[in-house]
Design a protein around this ligand. Structure first.
Ligand code: DON
Length: 570
């Protein structure tokens, strides 16, 4: 019944444009290796590494360097990320956290003062030096390389040096990101002087690129060459880091050389949870993604038990409202409880326990926002996710971010490294929504050395010990709802991956108390939800990348049609 309903109501515009028999261009098949990233150039560079005998970790490192060139609006050496991986030779899953941390000078008092003094201009945690967290990206790639790679780092950087010199192709996503940044420069003309380097280079002095333009990044090529020749210390103890510190301080921030020297990635124990015969393996705090995904799945499962056939057999009209309810519980708990596990006690096991889900499900869908989650507390741009699978069974899910579009706009000159604005992921402005409209709690207050809470959710799904799906997304809090729904569409509702990716996505993040869709939703879906929910007319989207492992050994790679990525198979 449910499956009959899905194609007619959830699958709209994208699917219409697909010839049902043929794979769309954003989907690829291979028996031996696959890279699915949101940039065609980066997927190709990663797949070349696999083709030359590198493993999934080699390919992931090369893909990530390439993304630093071709997706400057989303990621790069001035950002940070999370990895969830299956390491075939050790037969285990692992998680690596190379999230930014707050600089030692980033005290709560400083950010309270900044929030109080903020005038009519953009928030100080969005643009400028105070937005910048200590970048973890290169330390993360170096750690992945040290532990799992088979090729010299030098070789894995080379293709990206060439890409930076010859240029990547400006696509629609890049054009619209530039336009979005320029809209702020129009609104606040002082930005043109404050961030004149990025304005004069990537932002084309106010003229967005045309689709198909080749965008070269000679300064970044210089930085990549130094990394290839001297290794990652060139950032954490050398000239690239010194340039980042100089730029962040000149833009009013407190990033210091000591912060860079002290930065360490952390291995984390991935969250593992059973779900309807599958095992979900995903990112723990300081991501909120894993906790929210598992809590939502558990609540959905409990609610669906009241219906014949459980979640699979659920009545046509019930999945969307139950999903919204379950999301509201999970996002309310995100705001109440989650933050850096090294700085606050986070009750992860309680939040992901079936008992807790049962109690939330018993409350069903309360009318008031305060009644979601533990009762106490009142768009895709700056992130990139990719997946890699190799012939030996290694699997990589890696999400990386500079946070907002082109991060803080601050550039480490003359190396073209865009510094993140991850400080906005803290509850830096207490009680006020951040860039993604999220209200956050005490556990996520700013403190020196602390990691800001994230939504990034690299995830691998297993069945009886064999991988069935690896995925992740970009899009702020929509990362969580995108990963969750693509995963449910595949593992629970048996949709082919193309359909699972294209289906309309529902988003609710507790506050604001509104249901969002990624595009104009079918009238039937609005009809089902509008009685109990306020429906937002604002459409924003997460962007997912995934690889499915079919029983016959085929790898199906898919890049969300919403951003323009292309998978590359062998
Ligand atoms: O870590 C986080 O949750 C955010 N910095 C992610 C931001 C994001 O996904 C932006 N859009 N692509």
């Amino acid at each position: 019944m449910f499956r009959k309903f899905i194609p007619f109501t959830f699958v709209a515009a994208y699917l219409c444009s697909l010839a049902l028999a043929a794979d769309p261009p954003w989907l690829a098949r291979s028996q031996t290796g696959m890279v699915a990233s949101d940039s065609p150039e980066a997927s190709q560079i990663g797949a070349d590494v696999l083709r030359q005998g590198g493993n999934a970790f080699d390919a992931a490192i090369a893909t990530s360097f390439a993304l630093a060139v071709s997706r400057p609006q989303s990621t790069g050496l001035g950002g940070g990320g999370f990895l969830v991986a299956y390491v075939a030779k050790e037969r285990r899953v692992m998680a690596l956290d190379f999230r930014e941390v707050a600089p030692a000078g980033a005290t709560r008092e400083r950010y309270d003062r900044l929030a109080a003094a903020a005038g009519a201009g953009p928030s100080p945690t969005i643009y400028g030096g105070n937005a910048v967290g200590v970048p973890g990206q290169l330390a993360g790639l170096a750690e992945i390389h040290r532990r799992f790679a088979t090729r010299p780092l030098h070789d894995l950087v080379q293709p990206s040096i060439r890409l930076a010199e010859t240029g990547f192709v400006a696509d629609e996503h890049y054009q619209s990101a530039v336009k979005e940044a320029l809209a702020d420069f129009e609104k606040w003309p002082q930005l043109k002087e404050q961030y004149k380097h990025i304005y004069g280079t990537l932002l084309g002095s106010g003229t967005p690129p045309k689709a198909g333009d080749q965008i070269t990044r000679p300064e970044l090529a210089k930085a990549l060459r130094l990394i290839a020749e001297q290794g990652p210390d060139v950032f954490y103890k050398g000239p690239l880091g010194a340039a980042a510190v100089k730029a962040a301080q000149a833009a009013g921030g407190v990033l210091a050389l000591d912060d860079l020297a002290a930065y360490q990635p952390r291995e984390r124990e991935p969250l593992r949870a059973p779900f309807e015969g599958y095992e979900i393996v995903t990112m723990p705090p300081p991501s909120s993604g894993g906790v929210c995904i598992i809590e939502t799945l558990n609540v959905l499962h409990e609610m669906a038990l009241d219906f014949p056939g459980g979640l699979r057999g659920i009545h046509d009209d019930l999945y969307p409202p139950l999903l919204v309810c379950a999301l509201k519980h999970a996002f309310a708990d995100r705001a109440r409880w989650l933050g850096d596990p090294d700085a606050a006690r986070i009750p992860v096991q309680r939040l992901i326990s079936p008992d807790y889900a049962r109690r939330l499900a018993d409350r069903f869908c309360p009318a008031k926002s305060e009644e979601y989650g533990t009762k106490q507390m009142p768009d895709d741009r700056g992130t990139s996710h990719f997946c890699v699978a190799d012939k030996d069974g290694n699997i990589v899910a890696l999400t990386e971010t500079v946070n907002g579009v082109f991060g803080s706009l601050v550039i480490a000159e003359p190396y073209g490294i865009i510094l993140n604005n991850q400080m906005d992921d803290f509850a830096a402005n207490p009680g006020k929504p951040n860039l993604y409209g999220l209200i956050q709690g005490e556990a996520n207050a700013v403190a020196p050395g602390k990691r800001p809470l994230s939504s990034m959710s690299p995830t691998i799904v297993f069945k009886e010990g064999r991988p069935v799906l690896v995925l992740g997304a970009s899009g702020g809090p929509r990362i969580i709802t995108s990963v969750l729904q693509v995963m449910l569409n595949v593992v629970e509702f048996d949709m082919p991956l193309a359909e699972a990716m294209s289906a309309v996505r529902i988003h609710h993040q507790w506050l604001p108390d509104e249901v969002y869709f990624d595009r104009e939703p079918p009238a039937t879906l609005v009809g089902i939800l509008k009685g109990a929910n306020k429906i937002s007319t604002e459409h924003k989207t997460g962007v997912a990348q995934a690889i499915q492992f079919l029983p016959d050994g085929t790898l199906v790679g898919a890049c969300d049609p919403r951003k323009g990525g292309r998978p590359a198979g062998l």
